[in-house]
Design a protein around this ligand. Sequence first.
Ligand SMILES: Cc1cc2nc3c(=O)[nH]c(=O)nc-3n(C[C@H](O)[C@H](O)[C@H](O)COP(=O)(O)OP(=O)(O)OC[C@H]3O[C@@H](n4cnc5c(N)ncnc54)[C@H](O)[C@@H]3O)c2cc1C
Length: 330
Amino acid sequence: MEKVKCLIIGSGPAGYTAAIYTARAALAPVVYAGLVPGGQLTTTSEVENFPGYPEGVNGTVMMDDLRRQAERFGAVVRPGVVTAVDLSRRPFVATVDDGEYTIEAESIIIATGAEARYLGLPSERKYIGMGVSACAVCDGFFYRGRDVAVVGGGDSACEEALFLSTLCRKVYLIVRKEFLRASKHMQRRVFETSNIEVLFGSVTEEVLGDQNGVTGVRVRGPEGVQRVLDIEGFFLGIGHTPRTEIFKGQLELDPDGYILVGAAVGAALSAPDSNGNTAGSGDWTPSTATSVPGVFAAGDVADRVYQQAVTAAGSGCRAAFDCERFLIEG
Ligand SMILES: Cc1cc2nc3c(=O)[nH]c(=O)nc-3n(C[C@H](O)[C@H](O)[C@H](O)COP(=O)(O)OP(=O)(O)OC[C@H]3O[C@@H](n4cnc5c(N)ncnc54)[C@H](O)[C@@H]3O)c2cc1C
């Protein structure tokens, strides 16, 4: 069986950045790219907020640059989905493509990302990237001075609505239930924002549009009354699903399935060893360490808050440092 020092699962900004750093540290990383080589940014056209690109950059081009940069230092990027892992002993074992291949790894960096949830309407799918977006921070800027809608009733939807309210003329918040699930503080901020209109008891029936993109959304409100909102941006605020299925039962996850890392792992990190040392002692805090020593997690899969390319890349760098240090110290 092939043996590697460092296996990286995922090829988004977190995975490729971890690959750049671990390759430069002579760990000869092998990266499995998964079903979406390059990650989520390959599903969008223009990325305007990644530092270093004053004119913006096409998401696919940017991720291709990252891949080539990692390969330049010797990272091996392979197609393939890791379909199972055994983290119960080291070296760890990963199974690729349902048993087509197995590989042993001294360490693993998990960078499998999180998938934005959509409503599942055919009309919504049709306009993804043409007015339908699951990321207000990423795409809100394109709708300055326009009218938009956000779907959802929890903290993420309220945050998206509040963010958009600073850029857009009007923000409709479409809420299925008769109340908001968001924190009281968040609710108060939403209700106090004059250009946010909350539509309770409302279900999105269809996203409307033409060849240029979204032009409106049809919602069914209380007592079945239909209403068409004239909007140009339709934002999903119904959360993300971290891709952690294969790690369930092996790593500590939070209730929504995000991998717990660093201080959040708690006992696993702070328990002293026989010499009285803890993993986070001295000048080193392994902020990407999971509950299994030698397994690290970076990017959206371990971050329910920031979920941006630059933060994913930053944590990929940290995971590489943590991993290298772990391998040196045994
Ligand atoms: C439409 C859209 C537009 C966005 N625009 C911006 C923007 O303008 N600016 C910005 O900063 N952020 C933007 N984001 C958010 C940004 O894309 C994410 O925060 C970032 O990509 C997260 O990086 P990641 O490396 O953690 O995961 P991802 O990019 O999600 O990559 C995950 C990788 O893991 C792989 N994978 C998953 N499971 C497996 C497996 N079992 N085996 C092998 N591989 C696996 C996938 O194939 C993929 O390559 C946008 C997101 C979306 C959806």
